[in-house]
Write a protein that binds this ligand. Sequence first.
Ligand code: NAD
Length: 264
Amino acid sequence: TGTLMAGRRGLVMGVANDRSIAWGIARACAAQGAEIAFTYQGEALEKRVRPLAESVGSRLVLPCDVTDDPSVDAVFETLAAEWGSLDFLVHAIAWSDKDQLKGHYVDTTRENFLRTLDISCYSFTALCRRAAALMPNGGSLLTLTYLGAERVMPHYNVMGVAKAALEASVRYLAADLGGRGIRVNAISAGPIKTLAASGIGDFRYILKWNQYNSPLKRNVTIEEVGGAGVYLLSDLGAGVTGEVHHVDCGYHVVGMKAVDAPDI
Ligand code: NAD
């Protein structure tokens, strides 16, 4: 615990349960003194999110589906009324049809392509625009991405294309909002067993592969992603914007299977 984010107010979107990356970031920010508002997608998840939010002293727990503009507007109207301003935003939201997170990218349907890009990429831009309107004194905006944006990963398919677009939008948003003292960054997390990840084909194999072949010879935790989140969301990261920061036990630097990696 510390005071790196004392007096800061932030919105965290994308907590589904206590294994969510968003939860790792929220808890780390709360431990540094931040006050946090949470959103949840649908009543089923409210039951999970509300107790987690309360455990870090949050008063604001709001419904939001990013495909539904009125629900997004309602969140920011509440924040404007309750807080008046906002210091940071965490966007940890992605979706694609499970049936297309296996097999081949070439088979992606138009319908799933558009919905995947809408939820996993456009929503960040739509949220940044609304968050920035509540940041007269600057702020920090953060999203979550994966190495599948940069290189081909088995089964990641259209989600890799969406993450590539998301990473490009981080750079454009950083340029658009930098003059207002608003920073925009992404954390590229290594594979973590979450609800969303369980939809990806052969995810256990991916976890093992990263464990055996990353420089640190293990997988990353949501606590470690939370630590990097504090850095980017607090003044520690004051000079950093437009960045895609890898928190993946170093896996992104690796070119080939490690010579000592066991067979999986
Ligand atoms: P998670 O299942 O805990 O979180 C995904 C969240 O997205 C859920 O809370 C879900 O409610 C939300 N969501 C989906 N559609 C939505 C919609 N229409 N409106 C509002 N919310 C919606 O899984 P996670 O792994 O913590 O995912 C968080 C982010 O991290 C995602 O962007 C994911 O792509 C990214 N990421 C995950 C990994 C990994 O291995 N788990 C690695 C790198 C990046």
